[in-house]
Unconditional design. Sequence first.
Length: 152
Amino acid sequence: MKLDDTDFKLLGLLQTDSKKTTKEYANVLGLSVTAVYERIKRLEKNNIIKSYVALVDKKTVNRNFTVFCHVKLVQHTHENIKQFEREILKLDEVVECHHLSGDFDYVLKIHVQDMEAYRGFMVEKLTAINHIGSTQSSFTIKEVKHSTAIPL
């Protein structure tokens, strides 16, 4: 699907605040409410808009301890990769998992309550996964920038 300038503007507006009314978007874009509604439906149908979510304050829900954990597998085989990825999908504490090039195979972004909770996560869950050779953890001191928006 080819996106035009108006689609990009609409996507930017939706990434900023998806709870506005179609009429509010229409006023900003200079389009009719129907035209905006149809564009949104087309973007959803073509999986350009994947979902709508509420962004929750980590501190309020006691998950303000953020860890980046680099994982190296014992052996980088197809089966080990598939098994590791299946197991990671089951761990609620892991909010992001990226397969990497370089010295480590994966980086995980993890949200837990505190250091004690992270230790429990490591001992009881992460290191229980087969084929992990080593891990290296870094703890967030201060979140300088955080965005869920894709630059358009």
